[in-house]
Structures are given as structure tokens and as C-alpha cells.
Design a protein around this ligand. Structure first.
Ligand code: ATP
Length: 238
């Protein structure tokens, strides 16, 4: 579904991506893990057209997406749950969800409001509450629900575990796994390598803008080198 080839991206002299190739098949849940500053968010922001790559290719179902604007990319069903959730704090839970639905345009709502509220009963209970009054975990659920309202073909998540307590992280990841088991294709970007490898089937490891490992998540989780670098105290929230 998603085919990224030889992608490079720079920020005024800083080479953030140095020839990254990565793919996600329909129905897969794939992780991209790596340390701080490795280029994870840059990659995701290139896919969602918020950062313009310097070279390379990003194809969705064979169609080149580089050069399209962010609105067109989201209407094509590439929907991002941003780092830090970025819910609209002064709007209600319901208003945040309805805004997510504007990415749909003429496409069918694969996750209509009723389904999102059933998936996240806490959002249903708090639908008239301001989003800023929710806990971090509830805001993460809202950010995911908002993206679902836009009818994702591929859901992109930027560090959904960031700043959340271990128990809440488990709940968020269990939700993502359930969504994937229902058929949703997911690309998950995480510093929390341990849990990301537990919930995904395949993973890539990025370091200094380059993919340095790739393979089935279970194999990477048991690789002594990966374990030493990413599965110890660094990169894990629990
Ligand atoms: P983190 O987990 O900290 O978000 P990351 O793996 O997502 O890290 P990126 O945010 O993609 O990494 O950053 C990759 C490199 O690009 C880093 O050296 C970072 O300092 C730099 N960078 C990222 N955004 C910008 C920006 N807007 N302007 C200048 N440099 C940037």
C-alpha cells in the first residue's frame, strides 16, 4: 500500500533522512523505531506532506504522493495522529471528532461517529467536555478517534506512548492492535521499542536518518544487538 524509496530530507543543512526505503502492505501493522533525533517524525511528516523531501519517492497504491499538498494526502486516506496528540483544547470532544471527519469529503466513513464512540466509551461519556480537560491517555484516544473519523486507509502514529503512564500505554497499544485486527493498516513510530515490537508484525530501525535493521518484530525483539541498543532502559517507558 505504501512504498517509500530512497527518501532524503534536509532542514537547512541538517540531513534528517539519508535514503530511507520502507514499505507497508495492506492490513499490516508496521513499526519504525529508533532513538531521539533519528528521523522518525521527519519520515512521517514527509508521508503526510508536512515536510517536503529533497529526493526519493512515496507511493500510495502506486501513486506518487510527493508534491501533493497535505489536504490532498489526507483525503487519499493517509491520516496522521501527531506527536503530542495536538487535540483542540478549547473545543469539545465531539467537535474535535467532527473536525476529523472533514478529511472524508466524498469518501465513505469507515469509522462513523457512532463506531468511534463505541470504540472509545470514555469519549462518548465526555463528548460535551472540553478536550483540554481530558487526561493524557484520553487525549491520545481522542487524537486516534479524530483520525479514524477521516476514514484512514493507512493510519500514521507519531509516538502515541509519549508522556503516558505504562498502564495507559498498554491500553493505547491494545486499541491499535484491535484496530489492526479489524483490518486497519497502521504505521507506528515509537521510541518505546519494546512495546512497539510486541504489537506489530514487522519493524524497521532507523538511526541517524538511515534504516539500520528491518525484519519481523519478533525476530528484532530477540536480536541481542537490538536488545542492547533499544530494549534496555533507553527507549522504553516501562
Ligand atoms: P524524536 O523522537 O526526538 O521526535 P525523531 O526520530 O522523530 O526524534 P526528527 O524529529 O525527525 O527525529 O529529527 C531528525 C533530525 O532533524 C534531528 O537532528 C532534528 O534535530 C532535526 N530536525 C527535526 N525537525 C527540524 C526542524 N523543524 N528544523 C531543523 N531541524 C530539525
Amino acid at each position: 500500500m505504501l512504498e517509500i524509496t530512497d527518501l532524503t530530507a534536509n532542514y537547512s543543512g541538517i540531513q534528517a533522512l539519508r535514503g530511507v526505503s520502507l514499505s507497508v502492505k495492506q492490513g499490516e501493522m508496521v513499526a519504525l523505531i529508533g532513538p531521539n533525533g533519528a528521523g522518525k517524525s521527519t519520515l512521517l511528516n514527509c508521508v503526510s506532506a508536512q515536510v517536503l523531501p529533497a529526493s526519493g519517492s512515496i507511493k500510495l497504491d502506486g501513486k506518487e504522493m510527493i508534491g501533493q499538498n497535505a489536504w490532498t494526502v489526507s483525503r487519499a486516506g493517509l491520516l496522521q495522529v501527531p506527536e503530542g496528540r495536538q487535540v483542540f483544547a478549547e473545543m469539545t470532544v465531539l467537535e474535535n471528532l467532527q473536525l476529523g471527519g472533514t478529511a472524508l469529503r466524498s469518501r465513505a466513513a469507515t469509522y462513523p461517529l457512532k463506531r468511534v464512540l463505541t470504540l472509545f466509551p470514555i469519549l462518548d461519556e465526555r463528548r460535551q467536555q472540553l478536550a483540554g480537560s481530558l487526561s493524557g491517555g484520553q487525549q491520545q484516544m481522542l487524537a486516534i478517534g479524530r483520525a479514524l473519523m477521516g476514514g484512514p486507509r493507512l493510519l500514521l502514529l507519531d509516538e502515541p506512548s509519549l508522556g503516558l503512564a505504562p498502564l495507559v500505554v498498554k491500553q493505547v497499544f491494545a486499541t491499535l492492535r484491535a484496530l489492526n485486527q479489524e483490518g486497519l493498516t497502521i504505521l507506528l513510530i515509537e521510541q518505546n521499542a519494546k512495546q512497539a515490537l510486541e504489537v506489530t508484525s514487522r519493524a524497521y530501525v532507523i538511526e541517524q536518518g538511515r534504516i539500520v535493521h528491518a525484519g519481523p518484530s519478533s525476530e528484532l525483539a530477540n536480536d541481542p544487538e537490538i536488545e542492547a541498543h533499544y530494549l534496555g532502559q533507553g527507549g522504553s517507558n516501562d
